[in-house]
Write a protein that binds this ligand. Structure first.
Ligand code: FES
Length: 417
């Protein structure tokens, strides 16, 4: 049956069963994956949305009941309270894996909209139904207090009587411009062989750490292939730090993606190198040299390419914050030199920075680069991935404890290829 739902201010027409959970409709039919499936029984809060402004578990709300109501998801959050909560979560590195964050942010924004100065017990009571398997509750609570403090300061600063009120608009505009620049894309030309990025990087059997670990596109994007799983422990951020330190890239250029299984390229050195795996606090120790070497090799090739193009000695070229420059005034971005640099031989012995020269490694003020997308619903989790022809397996649970299977027909499943 056809339904028209109003989601984040836009009308969406759906032809689905009326008893379909709204969560499924939002994620699988509309394609908005910021709202997460947690438990399916309204116990985890990961699927929290607003229905006419009230926090609601979308797994228990039927599509036919959503006709005519205003639905807001994490992607549709707006206003000062929402932007402050998301900013604070990012600045304080509140999420760990981030899977629960969409629901946590929805609950926190609703709380602070109603209650400008919540106590610990207000927060605990309101968010009691929002579970975090990483147990970041102390950080969530601290984040809400900090957001409340900033909102109070904001209200005071821009109250009707404050002469500085007009300046507030500029702060928002600056944030918008930064976001737009970061979102600009372009054609990706990597150092690896042509084809999908993951293929080029992970199918090459040659143990060349540069090809398999770092790729620089003509769009100036630096892609780092992580040999490690990141389930919120920060491995992606750690590897990015190692590469940036030696490469001289800017954080805004960085994208980290999981590399496919290839023990030859990604074997965990702390386990002898024969198996690719994550665990035992070995991620940084096992990757410390090779990801720095990859970054240093990439920088060396970019510098050699610039020296050749500009007719200047390589030693006189500087690389910092994603820019290659020479005292003569010549400069280029990584993307501009990536294609020419890719034609140069990969240096086999590169000098690494000394610890006293490090500016990124050990910088305790640096916030994790992957926190912001976890708070605004744009981070891609495994459950958000859709591939052509992909099938989804769903475990059917008995409706009561102790229930037993009476019968089932496996023919359809067995016939699958
Ligand atoms: Fe809450 Fe991982 S489930 S941060």
């Amino acid at each position: 049956m056809a339904y028209t739902l109003k989601i984040n201010g836009e009308s969406k027409s759906l032809d689905v069963d009326g008893d379909m959970p709204l969560l499924w409709a939002i994620r699988d039919i509309v394609g908005m994956t910021g709202t997460k499936f947690g438990c399916g029984v309204a116990q985890s809060g990961a699927c929290t949305i607003y229905v006419d402004g009230s926090p609601t578990r979308s797994c228990q709300f039927r599509v036919e009941d959503a006709d005519g109501v205003e639905i807001t998801t994490n992607e549709g959050l707006s206003g000062k309270v929402a932007s402050t909560v998301q900013k604070v979560c990012t600045e304080m590195d509140v999420p760990q894996c981030g899977y629960c964050q969409s629901g946590q942010v929805m609950a926190a924004v609703a709380l602070l909209t109603e209650n400008k100065k919540p106590t610990d017990s207000d927060i605990d009571d309101t968010l009691a139904g929002n579970l975090c398997r990483c147990a970041t509750y102390h950080r969530i609570r601290a984040g809400i207090h900090e957001a409340a403090r900033q909102l109070e300061a904001y209200d005071m600063l821009f109250s009707q009587n404050n002469p500085l009120k007009a300046g507030g608009i500029q702060a928002d505009r600056r944030q918008f411009l930064v976001g737009s620049a970061a979102a600009t894309g372009g054609l990706l030309i990597g150092f690896g062989s042509p084809g999908p990025v993951a293929d080029a990087a992970t199918k090459a059997a040659t143990p060349n750490p540069f090809h398999a670990y770092v790729q620089i596109g003509s769009d100036n994007k630096v892609t780092i292939f992580s040999s490690l799983m990141d389930r919120g422990q920060g491995a992606y951020h750690g590897l990015a730090t190692l590469v940036i330190e030696e490469l001289g890239a800017d954080w805004s250029q960085i994208h980290v993606t999981g590399a496919a299984g290839n023990a030859k390229l990604y074997g965990n050195l702390m386990w002898g190198g024969a198996a690719q795996g994550t665990g035992g606090s070995t991620s940084t120790a096992g990757s410390f040299d090779r990801y720095r070497i990859a970054g240093a090799a990439a920088r060396e090739m970019l510098v050699q390419s610039a020296a050749k193009s500009w007719g200047v000695p390589a030693e006189d070229i500087k690389v910092a914050k994603g820019k290659i420059s020479h005292a003569s005034g010549k400069s280029a971005s990584f993307g501009e030199l990536a294609s020419a640099a890719a034609k140069l031989p990969v240096p086999q012995n590169v000098a690494l920075k000394k610890p006293e020269e490090w500016t990124e490694i050990g910088d305790t003020k640096r916030r994790r680069f992957d926190t912001a997308p976890k708070t605004n619903g744009t981070h891609t989790f495994t459950i958000d991935v859709k591939l052509p022809g992909m099938l989804t397996t769903v475990v059917a649970h008995g409706p009561t404890f102790g229930a037993k299977v009476k019968s089932f027909d496996a023919a359809e499943v067995i016939s699958l290829e």
